[in-house]
Design a protein around this ligand. Structure first.
Ligand code: PLP
Length: 381
């Protein structure tokens, strides 16, 4: 019998659906199954729930309900902004070198229509310099997109500063998939035109996201059809999942400060555990403002794959920052952009915890990590 408690330290990959969220969405999969476009009580019940969910999402980020559009994921929200604002014509796009592929890949796809993309570099803490972002915005720059928090190292970008410096005529988008629900996010304070939200990073199911579009702006339809989501995204609304995202936003709003503090404390405890291991390591982006639940650690001269495998055997879930392929080792583009020394980049693991993680879990993680690390023979990078 295996009575080892599984330790999930990969919340930036995805979170479990919270009980309260599941309870809120369940009736909309069963008895409250109406189509929000229908004119009878089943339809009206679904419409009311959908609009309440929209208001709940809006209230977490200080938006108005009519500024929120439900999507199926953060990737879709990002694509809608890039394709919608940059269009299929020539233009200029400015973003950072550490964005998620959900920004970098649509930008690459738009190259064939003449889009020119500038990737603004980051410093050793994973941060863009707002001056550099503004400098990159030459004439004809239609869109700037800078993520609010990085998924790998947790660095929080100076988005507000960028918006305060950005001239008129250029839209500002932020991919806040990793930030919403973890830190306070206020679209008005940040001065954003568009912002992306991912449901499954904040205890809603996979398959739902949202896009904030500032009042007065509009995007061309992403899907043509029956005109749902105010004409932006046709297709019968996924009411249950929208309700789930609304409930997840309420949950986050309810105890954001308290949970942020608790998760930061878990991070301090984790660092003490790491120090006790006696193996040389670095905490990436250590001088940047960071997410409370994320620490990306580079273990010197240890291969990340071996650590991930060892931890998996010890029933611990984490993500690697470098991956061995048959002929070479690939370091993530984020660590590359931060110019992390190779001997630390190769041994990088992302640890990300969440609502259900306890101090005892972090101590136990330290124990299991110690056993794994002592069993790996160091390599020379
Ligand atoms: N943007 C960021 C910053 C992310 O971390 C992720 C997922 O890891 C995404 C976008 C894509 O999210 P999804 O796969 O839900 O579309």
């Amino acid at each position: 019998m295996n009575d080892v408690k599984p330790l999930y330290f990969d919340h930036n990959a995805t979170t479990p659906v919270h009980d309260k969220v599941f309870r809120a969405m369940r009736p909309f999969l069963t008895e409250k199954f109406g189509n929000p476009g229908s004119p009878h009580h089943w339809g009206l019940e679904a419409r009311e729930a959908l609009e309440e969910a929209r208001a709940n999402v809006a209230s977490l980020i200080n938006a108005d309900p009519e500024e929120i559009f439900f999507t199926s994921c953060a990737t879709e929200s990002n694509n809608m902004v890039l394709f919608g604002t940059l269009g299929l014509s020539e233009g200029r796009f400015v973003t950072s070198a550490v964005e998620h592929p959900a920004i970098l890949e649509p930008a690459k796809a738009l190259r064939r229509y003449g889009l020119e993309t500038t990737l603004v570099p980051v410093d050793e803490n994973g941060l863009v310099d707002p001056e550099e972002v503004i400098k990159a915005c030459r004439r004809g720059t239609k869109l700037v997109s800078i993520m609010l928090a990085n998924n790998e190292v947790g660095a929080i970008q100076p988005v507000q500063r960028i918006s305060s410096m950005l001239g008129p005529g250029t839209f500002l988008h932020s991919d806040a998939a990793q930030a919403v629900g973890k830190i306070p996010v206020d679209v008005k304070e940040l001065g954003l035109d568009f912002m992306t939200i991912a449901g499954h990073k904040l205890y809603a199911p996979k398959g739902v996201g949202a896009l904030y579009v500032r009042k007065g702006l509009s995007l061309p339809p992403h899907l043509y059809g029956g005109g749902q989501e105010y004409g932006l995204k046709s297709g019968t609304e996924n009411v249950a999942f929208a309700v789930a995202l609304g409930a997840a936003c309420l949950l986050a709003k309810d105890d954001l400060e308290e949970e942020t503090r608790r998760q930061r404390d878990l991070g301090l405890l984790f660092l003490a555990e790491l120090d006790a291991l006696g193996h040389d390591y670095i905490l990436h982006a250590q001088n940047a403002p960071r997410l409370p639940n994320t620490m990306s650690i580079g273990f010197r001269n240890l291969p990340a794959d071996r650590i991930v495998e060892g931890l998996a055997l010890a029933d611990v879930g984490v993500s690697p920052g470098a991956a061995c392929h048959s002929t070479d080792v690939r370091i993530s583009h984020v660590l590359e952009a931060m110019e992390v020394p190779r001997e630390y980049a190769l041994g990088t693991i992302r640890f990300s915890w969440g609502r259900s993680t306890t101090a005892e879990d972090v101590r136990e993680l330290g124990e299991r990590l110690g056993r794994v690390i002592r069993g790996i023979r160091p390599v020379r990078g």
